[in-house]
Design a protein around this ligand. Structure first.
Ligand code: G4P
Length: 293
């Protein structure tokens, strides 16, 4: 799903989120494990500041396992509950249910002290487009879960999905906008396929990807494309990929654009390997250098 955001869309999305968030105890925020910071929304911390918080590092199957663990530790260090996830699979759902209870323990205890029984935790899912919100809701809630809502006493128009006797989930996710005005962030979101490809310069994007891979995942390109990574310039590596993969135009010239799309597609689908584009250690270094973030 590709979105183009305009100020009007952002205001509307934010207003909707402000309304919905009032109804819940817990915000389940999905981020893309390949770019856990770049796929976060700038405003969610402010919007969710009085709520319990759970971050799902989604698409963890496409990201580097070592970095998944490093990011989980990073967010835990900031007070979030965290689960690494492939939202298409049901296997993590028990862990998530338990983590929801852990995250909301304070509320559960408070209710118990006050003699309130059977008040389920209410949760909402939020995140920027394409991080897997709908997939998660479908997998997590499944078809078996009864929908509640539009009953007396339930906010009109809101559908709640009852997951079990302890947890209800708002069935529409909060959609938030990415920080695309930051060029680095925009580039990473483009690489994971969260921007409209028609508006992108894929040739340039592929060169950025090749430079990054050569530096951060030495050997990944060499293994996949039987090329040498010794070359200085990313453009030379792209040329070799075009040659090895027979990316040739009708006139016999090399088709760089075809090779660029190939590398980007193969990165996105995980064929080049499990790759994470930003690492917490770099993040912490930058924070130290600038003293903020
Ligand atoms: P959204 O509601 O947040 O916008 O995201 P959505 O669930 O539509 O998911 C976007 C794409 O990401 C879907 O691919 C979905 O299958 C895929 N996806 C979601 N979670 C995971 C995950 O944990 N791992 C992997 N590998 N993929 C995941 P799609 O329908 O094929 O869309 P597209 O890829 O054609 O854009």
């Amino acid at each position: 799903m590709h979105f183009q955001w305009y100020p009007g869309h952002m205001t509307k999305a934010k207003r909707q989120m402000q309304e919905d968030i009032k109804l819940v105890d817990l915000v389940i925020e999905l981020v893309d494990a390949r770019v856990p910071l770049s796929s976060r929304n700038p405003d969610i911390d402010e919007l969710g500041k009085h709520k319990f918080r759970l971050i799902l590092l989604n698409k963890a199957d496409l990201a580097d396992e070592r970095q998944n663990q490093a990011w989980a530790a990073y967010f835990r260090g900031k007070g979030f509950f965290v689960v690494e996830l492939d939202a298409r699979r049901k296997n993590a759902m028990k862990t998530i249910q338990n983590t929801i209870l852990d995250a909301c323990r304070e509320k559960i205890e408070r209710d118990r002290r006050r003699g309130i029984k059977n008040r389920p935790i209410r949760a909402m899912v939020a995140g920027i487009p394409n991080v897997g919100k709908s997939t998660f809701i479908n997998t997590f809630a499944g078809k078996a879960c009864a929908k509640t809502g539009n009953k007396p006493g339930v906010t009109k128009g809101k559908q709640w999905i009852r997951l079990n006797k302890n947890v209800e989930l708002l069935d529409t996710p909060g959609i938030l906008w990415p920080r695309f005005e930051d060029q680095e962030v925009g580039m990473k979101l483009a690489l994971i396929g969260s921007m409209n490809d028609e508006l992108l310069n894929l040739d340039e994007l592929s060169l950025k990807l090749i430079s990054f891979l050569k530096e951060a995942y030495p050997g990944a390109l060499a293994d996949r494309y039987q090329i040498s990574e010794e070359r200085e310039q990313a453009a030379d590596i792209l040329k070799e990929i075009a040659e090895n993969r027979n990316c040739i135009r009708a006139g016999g010239e090399l088709d760089y654009s075809k090779a660029a799309s190939l590398v980007i597609d193969e990165f996105r689908s995980g064929v080049i390997g499990r790759i994470t584009l930003e690492w917490p250690e770099q993040e912490e270094k930058e924070t130290d250098e600038t003293g903020q973030r």
